[in-house]
Design a protein. Sequence first.
Length: 990
Amino acid sequence: MLSELSAYVSDTAPGRGALRPARSWLHSDAPSRSLNGPWRFRLSATAAAEDFAADGFDDHGWDTAPVPSHWVLQGDGTYGRPIYTNVQYPFPIDPPHVPDENPTGDYRRHIGIPADWSDAERIVLRFDGVESVFKVWVNGVEIGTASGSRLAHEFDVTSAVRPGDNIVAVRVHQWSAASYLEDQDQWWLPGIFRDVTLIARPAGGIEDVWLRTGYDNGRGRVDPEVTADTTAFPVTLRIPELGVERIWSTASDVSPFDIEGVEPWSAERPRLYDVTVSTAAESVALRVGFRTVEIRGDRFLVNGRRVVFHGVNRHETHPERGRVFDEEHAREDLARMKRFNVNAIRTSHYPPHPRLLDLADELGFWVVLECDLETHGFDAVGWTGNPSDDPAWREAYLDRIRRTVERDKNHPSVVLWSLGNEAGTGSNLAAMSAWVHARDAGRPVHYEGDHAGEYTDVYSRMYASVPETERIGSDDSRSTLLNCTPAQSARQRTKPFLLCEYAHAMGNGPGALDQYEALVHRHPRLHGGFVWEWRDHGILTTAPDGTPYFAYGGDFGEVVHDGNFVMDGMLMSNDVPTPGLHEYKAVVQPLRFAFTGDDIAIASLRHSADTSDLRFHWRVEHDGTLVESGELKVPVVAAGESERVPLPEIPVSRDAETWFTVDAVLAADTPWAPAGHVVATAQLDRSTPRPVPRVRHRTDWRPDGGTLTLGVAEFVDGTLVRLADRAVAGPRLELFRAPTDNDEGVSDAVEESDASIAGVSNAELWRRDGLDRLTTRRLSVERAADALRTLDKVSAANSALSVLVESVWSIEGDGLELRVEIEPSSGWRTVWPRIGIRLDLPDGTSPVDGADWFGLGPHESYPDSLRAARTGRFSAGVRDLSVDYARPQETGHRSHLRQLTLTSAGATVLRVVALPDPRGRRPGFTLSRHTPQQIAQAGHPFELPDSTTSHLFVDAAQHGLGSRACGPDVWPDFALRPEARTIRLRITAG
Ligand code: IPT
């Protein structure tokens, strides 16, 4: 039986007693005290724990916990463990009720109130974030309750406090009615996880201020709103840098005014001006940016110019702190976004720590500020009882959006309000939107779930395929849009479009970023989108043997969980960018280079900034070796314009490939990158064609076995046993790759991809066909002068499908050539992960531990993710050639190989030259310490077995990546179908 004391836990209303209206998070000089730090703490298993809040209560048996923190991340399991679910509710769907088993954290601390605070008109206790519902007492007096975990709540505690020692007590329940509204795809992390502050509000102070700004052609506009009582006046606004001082004697004097000669704010040039708004009693400091947000027809404009969002969805997540904000880490994270050409952030799916928006203003991002709302779990019950359409929850919805908008309304970076995520649709969402429209005419409203466009201003979708996105961008009135009638489709096409989520970046991937980007430049209605998502949410923990690793769903023994679906960022948990992030940077780079004849045209895709911040460096390489470099003189290119400049004289080699590379680099240090940082790159192939050595066809083949030495290779009965004086095994046909998260995906967004079968993952099809367990039968071994030929039939248990592999070793000139002809039988129905060969190089006394190569690099690349790769000469250690994806999977493929040197402690072991196949295609290579079969078995990097062998894979082809973990499969052009392939290698010893 739930005690009456905790009845509020299942209340659909947003709590009682918090101050309204909510107000901005202001930098004020009013006295305040941070209550962050150690609090007395006790965890109970249910919400019915004994009363503890009384004045003078003895808490000596309690523990101590830091505020802010999540109790499940404290004490290594003492206080429960994190739970990860995506859509599922980790409690019965029984709204608005939650189980009696409801971890409840009681917090308590003393605070001293300075004697001079007795002058204060009011004492306010502010909580910036508490998950999920909480109740507050001061000196045993009950103050109120609140929910809305990532929203600020303030309480007036004036009548409860006394000078000197006071006791604040807070009871926090992990589950509550509010949990139904906070079903975001992330860890459930209870506790007081943001700042707690006690504030002395002065008489005659500024309750709130909102400086709406606008910009038009050099003229800035300030449209102020000051919330203060009459005794606060006069109120003075100053912008020292602009020589502005406005003194308002009464509230009715407060009115808009224009300022000439201001510079606009944009994500590219985040120009801010310091402002103070003061009364005799209080001064508030703000930083304003002048900008006007506007929708004109189907265009989303800032300062009159179309915005293209090169955005990411950003959750607040840290491997040790969870959602606890760390300014230094957040700043570095945002700086990293800038370095990777990210220009926009969707604050998925709740307002971040308020300070993050100061950083976004300062560093420059277009921000879609999202309310703390998601009821996705109702999908499981056909949206029956969805709070979004139930009047009992209306006040909670309105309270959430008011707290969202009021807290963050002053930020120039915020250009769109978003009502929430995946909460179905309904009248409560429409009411939220109506409230925003009434409150803030200066920013449009976004909500993806409004499929028909009934109450929102932009059209938004998630994970639309490339063809669907193209249909949205085009004016084909015959094609209706998803979930829309023809009339609704027509309405949606009158609005700007954005992809609030796309390119699901789980594991190795996503592919096809460039295809999405190309659409944005073809169809001006398309305004880009936000990759799902910025970073993995791994939680740092340790394996039983003490090895540290990043945990995902299921690693804490959760009853229901969604596995590694929480590891879907372009940045790994340890802040290491994935190859996908490098690809993203290259795809969205703000400059386009086009080479024509002896010219280069440089087009700027920027919003408004010109290129005066950039320098252009060029270099020429012969087979990857630098031969000449210099600076390209490029006139300043205005946003949206293009300039053509002559190329320098390029020395062309006759016997090496000649590549010209141009890098646009920062001319000076910025707050997010040093001078010299590469913003954009392009390459031009100036190689002279060179003949490929012809395959020498022999006629003198005769059956033979026994031992044989051909150059650096030694064979027994046709099987290679030693190469360059070391034991080796293979080469063997390899068709399997450790399935990526996208290979394991069953997403049905397979539209127009004949590569996939709906409802079945490619990985499952590969396992069914036995690609991971191929066996070989040798059909023949033959010899000719200076040559050896074997024929193998490769197939899997209980399958009649097979692949014929002909391997020819021969001495050509002074080297050894291996030519492998791979030919599948008829009847293979699925795509294949790879068509390649694998050579095992046991460590012996000199482990192969590194590679130098000329080809594409430096990062791994796949057919639908090649834009970050450049042609050059690279080197890396074997471990650095693999990416430590949170769940081990295919990694390390380097495409378009020309030359490869395998090394051991820096010394050359083997040199391999990859010849193009008859159609001019080059293979890729992978050097790894594990086989795909071993990698596929491991759930986490620490589960990979110890290795005593390096494995070299040479792939005639690899399947693309796609983003089918949540989105489209590999685009048909990049899907690998079973087909005949040739691999030709020239091998020499070190
Ligand atoms: C979409 C969610 O909005 C997002 O929070 C995340 O869960 C993402 O999926 C997958 O990682 S919703 C989905 C039904 C497309």
